[in-house]
Design a protein around this ligand. Sequence first.
Ligand code: NAD
Ligand code: DAU
Length: 330
Amino acid sequence: MKVLVTGGAGFIGANFVHLTLRTRPDATVTVVDALTYAGNTESLPTDERVTLVKGDIADRELVDDLVGDADLVVHFAAESHNDNSLHDPWPFVQTNVLGTYALLEACRRHGTRLHHISTDEVYGDLELDDPAKFTPETPYNPSSPYSSTKASSDLLVRAWVRSFGLEATISNCSNNYGPFQHVEKFIPRQITNIIDGERPKLYGAGLNVRDWIHVDDHNAAVWAIVDRGRMGETYLIGADGELDNKTVIETILTEMGQDADAYDHVSDRPGHDLRYAIDATRTREELGWEPAYTDFASGLRATIAWYRDNEPWWRARKHETELKYQRIGR
Ligand code: NAD
Ligand code: DAU
């Protein structure tokens, strides 16, 4: 099977490539990645079954060639960071909307199966005491330029399925953690701050809740959808990992041998979503998928160890990332 992975030099895509090599002896992988600030070739395994093509998914000619040569497209490429989208939304429209459009047209032309990776943020946010969680039937209500462009891309995929019979599935996953995540994101930022002797930074009061899942559990669910998912369907991926940010930051500090309160409160993110929570019943019951990482503290411990052991991987990006945060006061 020839798998085209868009955004495979990013966090989740790179972990997907590693998982694919480990579990799919019949698969070869072509990664197409623009190698933006978020892409890192050092996240990819060196293996004769993996080929990297540097390119933009909005480049329709390139994408048409690559899709024409693939049996399956798994589409991870995106601008993915909410804070960046608040300061410069254009790359989000360009990649997340126009890039997805270019892929859809290529898949339509070649009759190629597509799996589109999306986020729970398309559903907006929940109150802290809301007993409901997001389901595939929850109405779309995105808050940020990032989540609204992801919602737009999902709607394009749904329209291509209905109008053109495209063979596609969609998954909407909650917050991932694990190796190879860029140091701009919450958990790696705090771990690497502590390694550097800097204090972790908590937005606002830290009451916002995220539903954490290990990246390998996300990617195992993606393969389950590719193997057994119903065409045109949306699957939600989450591991019942709801925690508020204050608890996460205190757990990281404790795991790293610091006082639990040794962090700074910084200004809040404008429009900050309060709570995400996934009901993954369909994915579990229909596909038989179950998360392997059910204990957040032990998954976090392994992630902390990974960042300690792989400083050369993140060091080059740390300084510029913190300069960016300084400029926006966070
Ligand atoms: P990331 O920012 O770490 O990686 C994105 C990758 O896409 C990078 O390698 C980047 O170079 C590449 N890219 C960006 N623009 C491109 C373009 N125009 N053409 C080709 N490549 C381009 O992101 P991530 O956290 O790995 O997220 C991957 C996908 O998963 C995204 O679609 C995101 O919306 C979705 N998602 C992420 C999470 C999460 O917690 N990180 C949760 C749910 C869904
Ligand atoms: O829910 C899935 C989404 O999760 C994905 O679609 C996004 O691509 C991914 O970036 C993530 O979005 P969040 O905005 O939730 O993730 P982030 O890591 O930026 O922040 C997580 C929470 O931590 C959020 O409530 C903001 C807060 N935060 C973040 C940073 C970087 C802090 O308190 N301090 C920080 O330094």
